[in-house]
Design a protein around this ligand. Sequence first.
Ligand code: NAD
Length: 355
Amino acid sequence: MNILVTGGAGFIGSAVCRLLARNEQVRVVNVDKLTYAGNLESLQAISNLPNYVHYNADVCDDVAILDILRREEIDIVMHLAAESHVDRSIDSPGAFVETNVVGTFRLLNATLEYWRALPADKQLSFRFHHVSTDEVFGDLPFDEGIFTEETPYAPSSPYSASKAASDHFVRAWHETYGLPVVLSNCSNNYGPFHFPEKLIPLVILNALEEKPLPVYGEGANVRDWLHVEDHARALHLVAARGTLGESYNIGGRAERTNLQVVEAICDILDKKRPRTPGSYRDLITFVSDRPGHDRRYAIDPSKVERDLGWKAEHTFESGLASTIDWYLRNEWWWGPIRQQKYGGERLGGKIEGAA
Ligand code: NAD
């Protein structure tokens, strides 16, 4: 089984590559152009394995992609490569259209050409899995509603609009050309190897460095959190066994306000790395809200639980504690990123924005 993972040097893609590479019967082909968010250090544990390879390529480069598909005789494509940070999409939406929309279109075209030339039995078993986000469904009121697979799309940010567009292209390539696709839409992820501009690692590292912990608005926005390793297991199941043409909502049944998340991190750090004097909560600072900030996301994961037998193994509390332990032990990974690219004041105003 040869699986091509796009964006395999990113946060979720690297978790998927690490999970898949455990199985010697699977060859993991990581295609990642290594933007600021891509980091091969996240793949250190598998980079020397004979069943893992990385290609430094852009999903927008359909010629390169087609060549890799043929050379590696790919059986499954798992498409994760994307620009993923909402705040960046507000500042510079062009890159999001380029990678998330045009890149997905080019990847679909290359995959279709490859798939059409496969022998009949290979065509039958081939699958293209598109990895998307719950943000495509838009804004939920604080006190009612939940995203199911039937919820209409209503994206609010340039990021979620670009992901929604890519989801539509993927469905269209199934309906129009018969490409065997499956989709998934997941809630906010957290866990090890998470780039330090996103909420949870940002707060952990700012706290350790005694920097302000800026919270948008009143911190009331609600997100539904899932540990990245639970997501990776779900993605593997969806890619291998999901019904073609369908989508699966993936989430951890763990809705928390941003303020609850930040306070939970402070409370865990107060125990593990006590601050003298005071609590890490004293560093919390409220900053003006992000434009177009959706109030609440909440995922109903019943379908993936029922049909594919998936269930989140981490509770938010156990997953957050182990994530904090990971950041405390792994400064070799995040230290250079904080120093070289995102140290100092640039982090100050950015607080929310896990994809
Ligand atoms: P990430 O930003 O950590 O990683 C993205 C990876 O894609 C990086 O390694 C980057 O180098 C690579 N990449 C970017 N543009 C590329 C291009 N043109 N060609 C090849 N590689 C390119 O993102 P993530 O958080 O791991 O998210 C992965 C996917 O999961 C995205 O599609 C995202 O929309 C989706 N998702 C993320 C979350 C979340 O909470 N992080 C939740 C639901 C869905």
